[in-house]
Design a protein around this ligand. Structure first.
Ligand SMILES: Nc1ncnc2c1ncn2[C@@H]1O[C@H](COP(=O)(O)OP(=O)(O)OP(=O)(O)O)[C@@H](O)[C@H]1O
Ligand SMILES: [Mg+2]
Length: 252
């Protein structure tokens, strides 16, 4: 069986600056893969290329063996690859349910949009359930806490029925309790999908990550279990002098 995501020799150049420089990455189906690395390492750029937002200078991305080269963002979404952004994209005046419905409509054929059913679609109901937001379905998204808002964004992704989800720093700014719920949410989402998540928080990684890929200056610096990458001197080196909660060797 082929891996769900294969990144081959990927390079991205912005005005002569190499944001990604020959990145190879293989992610198997059903993985909850963590992507870490210092600021500017190229983590978001990698997600941008996989999802069609940024064009690579060279290299390619394969989804289940099929090249995504040249495809536009919406085409990649329809093939089953969804993402969240580092900044929030929910519509504050719309309710939680309406936000989810809108996200689901994005993949719905025009025909089913035309004969729009009353009530909640199964996909949306599932997304409400999985994210634990069912009780807030009729509240405007603007009143959600920071954590609930992140869960709504994950729910909006789920409503698009992706096979692969890419999440850019979903637990940034969350309380400890919210992080825990998010970790459990991602673990359950990864049971029948593949999740690639950018995260810095080591405590979070220790609890929820199996495989970790470390990016640094546009290259893959290390890859392995949390313990393996934490023990890697090159990884420790690039994290020296960074925020304490960023430090790979912090705590244990
Ligand atoms: N559109 C752009 N134009 C020019 N340079 C860019 C652009 N996008 C990203 N870069 C640069 O590419 C490098 C990688 O950026 P990227 O956002 O991928 O890093 P990151 O690993 O996500 O960092 P962070 O942890 O801060 O989110 C950085 O040096 C950044 O300044
Ligand atoms: Mg980033």
């Amino acid at each position: 069986m082929s891996p769900i995501i294969e990144v081959r020799g990927l390079s991205v150049v912005f005005d002569g600056f190499r944001a990604l420089d020959g990145v190879d990455l293989t992610v198997e189906r059903g993985e909850l893969r963590f992507l870490i690395g210092p600021n500017g390492a190229g983590k978001t750029t990698l997600i941008d290329v996989v999802t069609g937002l940024t064009r690579p200078a060279s290299g390619e991305v394969l989804l289940a063996g099929r090249s995504l080269t040249g495809l536009r963002e919406h085409q990649i979404v329809r093939l089953g690859v969804g993402r969240t952004f580092q900044t929030s994209v929910v519509f504050e005046e719309l309710t939680v349910l309406e936000n989810l419905d809108l996200a689901a409509a994005f993949r719905r054929p025009l025909l089913s949009l035309a004969r729009r059913r009353r009530g909640v679609s199964e996909t949306v109901a599932e997304a409400l359930e999985t994210t634990g937001l069912a009780g807030l379905a009729d509240r405007p998204a603007g009143v959600l806490s920071h954590g609930q808002r992140q869960w709504l964004e994950i729910g909006m992704l789920l409503a698009q029925r992706p096979e692969v989800l890419l999440l850019d720093e979903p637990v940034a700014g969350m309380s400890r309790a919210e992080r825990e719920r998010t970790g459990e949410l991602l673990t359950s989402v990864a049971r029948d999908r593949t999740v690639i998540v950018v995260e810095h928080d080591m405590e979070f990684l220790r609890r929820y990550a199996s495989q970790v890929t470390v990016l640094h200056e546009g290259r893959v610096l290390a890859e392995g279990s949390v313990e393996e990458v934490r023990g890697d001197p090159r990884v420790q080196e690039v994290y020296i002098g960074r925020r304490k909660d960023d430090a790979v060797s912090a705590g244990s």
